[in-house]
Write a protein that binds this ligand. Structure first.
Ligand SMILES: Cc1cc2nc3c(=O)[nH]c(=O)nc-3n(C[C@H](O)[C@H](O)[C@H](O)COP(=O)(O)O)c2cc1C
Length: 226
């Protein structure tokens, strides 16, 4: 490492160490009062995050595994959560779409720093019927439709000019034809097998409550060491 690199690495390290976590007033979480199934608690925590001013609480990370067993992760929007099923949407031909087609297991991750809360969801992914994907897409903004119409997600792009041309054409079409279909746009449903709620604590006595699906429709709840 040369001197400039060493200086820059030291500055980075110093900046890194100066960052704080659990530095805001954090809510208490009583796991004994938690509901019997996880979606109700997710809804309550989501509402709390939005009310606490957490920016973009509806964004999350989706983790999948590729054909070589190498994990992959990216940010997506949450499209719904009900009865133990979390929904998101993307292109079937994207990297994640191909990974999910080959190995339909995935994990979702939410971190709501405003309240020191993390939610992890693991389970099996299926695709919703095309009509459901279409209805979900057409209930969203023109920008969402234009973005879906561009397609070719995760393919190699030759230039930003090529993207600008495709995007302009897609925006024009989305405005002209608000019911236009984006054939590869897919609504995915992750049926949770495990959901973990983590409440951060300034003294590091973090509370972790895990729900595991039992055979049938029930859930077993248990605490985890932090
Ligand atoms: C805030 C945010 C929201 C996003 N929402 C979506 C989404 O809902 N669907 C989607 O396909 N990509 C979304 N993306 C883009 C993905 O992170 C990713 O770049 C893209 O889906 C390609 O991923 P892949 O190559 O792993 O398939 C979002 C990115 C950000 C930063």
């Amino acid at each position: 490492m040369n001197e400039a690199d060493t200086g820059s690495a030291a500055a980075f390290q110093s900046l890194l160490r100066s960052q704080r976590v659990w530095d805001v007033e954090l809510p208490a979480f009583d796991p004994a009062a938690a509901p019997e199934e996880p979606t109700a608690l997710f809804h309550a925590w989501f509402a709390d995050a939005a009310a606490a001013g957490q920016s973009e609480p509806h964004t999350m990370q989706l983790a999948t595994v590729d054909e070589d067993g190498l994990p992959d992760v990216r940010t997506l929007m949450l499209h719904g959560a009900a009865a133990g099923v979390w929904e998101f949407a993307s292109h079937a031909g994207s990297a994640k779409g191909r990974q999910l087609a080959a190995r339909p297991k995935a994990a979702l991750h939410f971190y709501w720093a405003a309240q020191g809360r993390q939610v992890r969801v693991r389970g099996t992914v299926t695709t919703a019927p095309p009509a459901a994907a279409s209805a979900d897409l057409h209930a969203r903004s023109t920008g969402a439709l234009a973005s879906a119409l561009v397609g070719r997600q995760s393919e190699l792009l030759n230039s930003l000019d090529e993207l600008a041309d495709a995007s302009t054409a897609a925006w024009e079409r989305a405005q002209r034809e608000p019911d236009a279909e984006a054939p590869s746009w897919t609504l995915y449903e992750l049926a949770a097998e495990e959901v973990e709620f983590f409440q951060g604590d300034a003294r590091r006595r973090h509370v972790r409550l895990r729900y595991r699906r039992e055979r049938g429709d029930g859930w077993v709840r248990g605490l985890l060491w932090p």
